[in-house]
Design a binder for this molecule. Sequence first.
Ligand SMILES: [Zn+2]
Length: 155
Amino acid sequence: MQVCPFCNKQKNDFYLETENFAVIYNISPILPGHSLVIPKQHKESLFELTDDELAKFMQLGRTTAALLCKVFNTNAFNWAIQEREVAGQSVAHLHMHVVPRRLGDMVNPGDWYQRLEKIESGDIDTYERFRLSEEVLHTLTQKMKQKAIAFGLRK
Ligand SMILES: [Zn+2]
């Protein structure tokens, strides 16, 4: 049985969280700050959320975007959900990508999605599939936690 990498995440890996949802820093960021909003319980699809859960999921996504914009000194961001493998979903645990954007961070601003697809397609050991070490990931998570506290978004 395959272990779900997002079900494996623990409280210490979350830099923001609500009762049922959490935010983690992506181990393969396409740009600095690239984060994922996930349900704490294993859910594959957006359609498994109740209307209330959907609202809370999106609200946490917006809070995440607001925090990332403050931390990266911008007002621009992308967010995306890939639903099912056909659409490029690689980890079968619902997740929303949130990526802060800055002027000139990519030659063509629209290229972010292509890069996201390369990450999701699991092309490991390629330039596109750059992975952070667990140690760096932990450090970045701690820094984001501190920023979240500084901006009054968590205790
Ligand atoms: Zn899971």
